[in-house]
Write a protein that binds this ligand. Structure first.
Ligand code: ATP
Ligand code: MG
Length: 351
């Protein structure tokens, strides 16, 4: 019996450097995945998906391919391992063909009712590009371009932040539909969400995001991190340090929960904060913020150092290795999908 084929496909848009939300929501899971030598990982630099909201800033997208790759290496993704591939989305032509095939399996109403799309449309504005409206289908093509055959034991895992779950549900449904209507080509994907599926922004908004200006970047200097933390939103009803507060709605606590190496101490702070005062001990927001700034800078220091080192690496060489591997698999998957849809006229394309 042949070995099960287990793969991971996940990615990030190249719309700027990465922030703490990307780290806790996605990168922690990716770092875990790459440790398993029997799990082949494809980490996608989604430059085409970046176009769906940033088509007017092509230079930014190009520069971000470099920034995101540097961030990935700085946090410890190991592109040189045999099971790790950094893939540049725009350089996998078969992926675009898969998108074409899949877009005819998807109903328009399914795209329109996706809750994450509805939410994102609020910031995209009233006249989104056609590319934006179909990006969930395009993302399904990303996932299935490395699909193993649909056999039990084979796996296609997609570690992501919680905002991506509706997309993955759709992608599973579309693969099943394709398999039912044509042939069992795609292994339906499985989503994985970590302990913190959605990190709030420094303004207390529901998602840390570059575009909302509420993000702490992995590449921010210690001074900038401290400044951003000291300016963070806290419980507005808490006027005195002895007033009872609500730690659950204070993003400073959310970040301490995610990054402080001493969780017991944080639980104790929360009890005091909730009560206002316990045995004459109280805690001020400024104190908490100072602790957070120092915790975050301790966490980011080794990442900053690594970034300095990897900045000299040959970017194209790194992306070439993973992209070549993805192309090899995607061409095979596309052949299977074309055959299944009765489009397998391969002989016509001989040059
Ligand atoms: P931004 O909103 O900052 O522009 P983005 O959502 O466009 O970022 P993506 O490339 O779409 O970034 O996301 C890459 C991965 O990071 C996805 O798995 C996404 O769920 C995750 N992610 C992004 N922001 C957060 C966050 N604030 N909390 C948890 N996960 C996040
Ligand atoms: Mg996104």
């Amino acid at each position: 019996m042949s070995e099960a084929v287990r793969r991971v496909l996940t990615g990030m848009r190249t719309t700027g450097a990465l922030h703490l939300g990307h780290y806790v929501g996605a990168l922690t899971l990716w770092l875990e995945a790459q440790k398993d030598p029997n799990l082949e990982c494809f980490f996608l630099l989604a430059d085409l998906q970046a176009l769906t909201t940033h088509a007017d800033r092509p230079e930014l997208i190009r520069d971000s391919v470099r920034q995101v790759t540097l961030d990935w290496m700085a946090v410890g993704l190991e592109y040189w391992k045999p099971n790790v591939n950094f893939v540049l989305q725009s350089q996998v032509p078969a992926r675009g063909m898969l998108f074409h095939l899949l877009s005819n399996v998807v109903r328009w109403s399914e795209v329109e009712r996706n809750p994450t799309i509805k939410e994102e449309l609020k910031s995209v504005g009233g006249n989104p590009s056609a590319g934006f409206m179909v990006y969930v289908v395009d993302q399904a093509a990303d996932i299935y371009m490395v699909s193993p055959p649909n056999k039990s034991g084979n796996q296609l895992l997609v570690p992501v932040g919680a905002d991506q779950l509706p997309h993955l549900n759709d992608a599973r449904m579309w693969a099943r539909r394709f398999n039912r209507d044509y042939a069992p080509v795609f292994r339906p994907c499985e989503g994985q969400v970590g302990k913190v599926g959605r990190l709030v922004g420094t303004d207390g908004d529901s998602k840390m995001s570059k575009s909302l200006g509420n993000a702490i970047m992995l590449s921010d200097t210690p001074e900038v991190v401290t400044e951003k933390v000291m300016g963070m939103f806290t419980d507005p009803n808490r006027i005195h340090r002895t007033s009872p507060g609500d730690p659950e709605n204070n993003p400073v606590f959310t970040y301490l929960d995610a990054f402080d190496p001493d969780p017991e101490q944080i639980q104790e702070f929360k009890s005091i904060y909730r009560a206002g005062e316990i045995n004459g001990v109280s805690i001020g927001d400024v104190e908490l913020k100072r602790r957070l700034a120092s915790v975050l800078n301790d966490f980011l220091n080794p990442i900053r150092e690594k970034r300095h080192e990897v900045v000299r690496y040959d970017l194209e060489g790194i992306l070439q290795k993973g992209t070549a591997r993805a192309n090899g698999i995607a061409n095979e998957v596309l052949d299977r999908a074309m055959e299944a849809m009765h489009l397998g006229f391969k002989g016509v394309n001989k040059q």
